[in-house]
Design a protein around this ligand. Structure first.
Ligand code: SF4
Length: 199
């Protein structure tokens, strides 16, 4: 077969063919995958690995948090990567888009990191210690419960209802934590009890 081609056509064809041949010879797609796979274990190997639970919803997917710096040696741990826990029975390593973006919540400038109070008449919040916060919360709860607990209903039946204080718990906890929280709240007589999965 005699095919007539111009010089321009020859150059175009040769260039395209060369490019395809070169990429094909290198196996570019496979090479990228292999390269990424070879780096990944080393990237995470030197980091501290901590198992935890996604904070967002009551599905409570298991996550692994990777941090630079060994806290056991007194170093500060900077979280640089979070991924699904493949050993976790709930999610088997998968995460929904919210869970996959967990690193953003960790580093968000608006994240609440410590307790604060706004004193009566003040227009701003002030940072307080955890000890202060726990003591203050316990004091207010006790005072309110003592004042408002309904020990018996109109028929004289013991009910021990405490309706004037509510408790907002975290849904993303282990069964054991959820069980303990439930027992503490309900045994105090608290009726208003919910978690962030429904808010
Ligand atoms: S990863 Fe998604 S589904 Fe799983 S707990 Fe977090 S928010 Fe819920």
């Amino acid at each position: 077969m005699n095919i007539e081609i111009s010089r321009r056509q020859l150059m175009k064809g040769t260039g395209a063919g060369l490019a395809v041949t070169t990429l094909g010879a290198l196996g570019f797609g496979d090479m990228e995958t292999a390269f990424a796979a070879s780096i990944r274990p080393y990237k995470l190997a030197s980091l501290t690995e901590t198992r935890n639970t996604c904070t967002y919803c009551s599905v409570a997917c298991g996550i692994i948090i990777y941090a630079k710096g060994d806290v056991k040696k007194g170093e500060r741990a900077d979280i640089i990567h979070i991924e699904g826990d493949t050993d976790h029975p709930t999610n088997r390593g998968t995460l929904c888009p919210k869970g996959a973006a967990l690193l953003d919540i960790v580093h968000a400038k608006t994240r609440t990191l410590y307790p604060q109070v706004r004193k009566p008449g003040s227009d701003k919040f002030e940072r307080v210690s955890w000890d202060f916060a726990f003591d203050r919360i316990a004091r207010l709860m006790k005072d309110d419960r003592d004042k408002n607990i309904v020990a018996r209903n109109n028929d004289g039946v013991t009910v021990n209802r405490w309706t004037t204080t509510g408790f907002l718990a975290a849904s993303a906890t282990t069964n054991e934590t959820a069980w303990t929280t439930y027992k503490v709240v309900r045994s105090a007589g608290m009726v208003v009890f919910d978690n962030q999965a429904r808010v």
